[in-house]
Ligand binder design. Structure first.
Ligand code: FE2
Length: 372
């Protein structure tokens, strides 16, 4: 080991004493990589010492160590050829663990978003997502407009951003998905009941992105509102995927006291805000008159305690409203363009997203809409 530099001798001594790259690095106050590099140089020198030294030996590639040096000699003993055999760097489990700990310790957990300082305690802002059909694809030759997953994500985020900016500083923000958030329910890419083929992106890709998209919307709302509630109605396109999507979001925000996400097993989902009663349903298999009967029968207590009752539905992709027996029913516009089926059937309407602001004692305060 006479050919080692003082520093290399110091590193070797520290490594032999400490037993790992990390501990040797701590002893000498240098990085783990510096220790690994020095030990590799020491090994190379050690192997070279077994034969004739050659100045032309190339250094190891990053991530490799010297395994052996093979030498072919001429009759006179001089070196004719020399092979520097390298192998991937082998690290002990402890070293790998140390390295992973180093990497993970540099990742900071995401900080909870700062809570808005002042909000208006009487107001709730309801961000209403009409049938979004995430994952639906369309080509302009067939429907008049190209559409894909990226465009679908972008338009929903941008529309929500605009509505959050326009909304007053309401105490609570409700994110209300009126069903058919997902275009397909599973990998078959067919409607669950009738089995109609759907123009859709790969289901696994859509599934992966759906939860992230809703999480992004909730985080946008948390910047403005003290509390956020998410109502995820299940539609006829996503009776199952709408359920697990809701569970994914519930799991993500489980420990966040500012977010509440009720289960969505029931087709009717409802909430009260002061004297307002809001009942949501996708609108498939039921008309507003029957929905009214159901609310009066099943939510009689809430009906009696409310002054303003709203029935909000999706399903048909256009706006419409009607008042039935003390309850205002409304269907909302959607952000995506028509798919091939709707386009072929002649459907199509103004594309939009709406935010309705409710006052605890005065009912509907104001409404905002972004159109595409
Ligand atoms: Fe729909």
């Amino acid at each position: 080991m006479d050919n080692l530099t003082d520093r290399q001798k110091e590193v070797l001594e520290a490594y032999n004493k400490a037993g790992s790259h990390r501990k040797a690095a701590e002893l000498l106050g240098c990085s783990r990589n510096a220790i690994a590099q020095s030990l590799n140089q020491i090994k190379t020198k050690s192997l070279k010492g077994q034969g004739t030294l050659t100045p032309t030996l190339t250094p190891c590639e990053p991530g490799f160590l010297t395994k052996r040096i093979s030498t072919a000699r001429r009759e006179d003993g001089s070196i004719a050829l020399q092979w520097h055999i390298q192998e991937p760097e082998k690290a002990s489990l402890e070293e790998i663990q140390d390295h992973l700990l180093d990497v993970f310790s540099s990742i900071k957990p995401c900080k909870p978003l700062p809570q808005p300082k002042k909000t208006l305690s009487d107001l709730a802002s309801c961000y209403i997502i009409g049938d979004h059909h995430l994952g639906m694809t369309a080509c302009s030759e067939e429907t008049g407009q190209d559409w894909d997953l990226e465009k679908s994500e972008q338009i929903l985020i941008e529309s929500t951003q605009k509505l959050v900016a326009r909304s007053p500083d309401s105490h609570t923000g409700y994110l209300i998905n009126l069903g058919d958030f997902m275009h397909a329910d599973d990998k078959t890419n067919r409607t669950p009941r009738s089995g109609h083929a759907l123009d859709s992106e790969h289901f696994c890709k859509v599934a992966r992105r759906a939860g992230i998209l809703q999480k992004t919307l909730v985080e946008l709302m948390l910047q403005k509102h003290k509390k956020v509630e998410v109502i995820n109605v299940r539609g006829n396109h996503d009776p199952n995927s709408g359920m697990w999507l809701n569970e994914v979001l519930r799991a993500y925000f489980l420990n966040n006291k500012r977010v509440n996400i009720p289960q969505n097993l029931h087709k009717f989902l409802w909430f009260t805000w002061g004297k307002n009663l809001v009942v949501t349903h996708h609108g498939d298999g039921i008309n507003w008159a029957r929905m009214h009967q159901s609310v009066v029968s099943n939510l009689s207590k809430e009906w009696g305690e409310s002054d303003y009752r709203f029935g909000w539905t999706g399903h048909l992709h256009h706006e419409e409203s009607k008042e039935i027996g003390g309850m205002k029913f409304e269907r909302f516009g959607v952000l995506p363009p028509p798919d091939a089926w709707h386009s072929g059937e002649g459907y199509g309407s103004q594309r939009s997203m709406t935010c309705i602001v409710l006052h605890k004692t005065q009912g509907l305060d104001t409404r905002y809409q972004v159109t595409v």
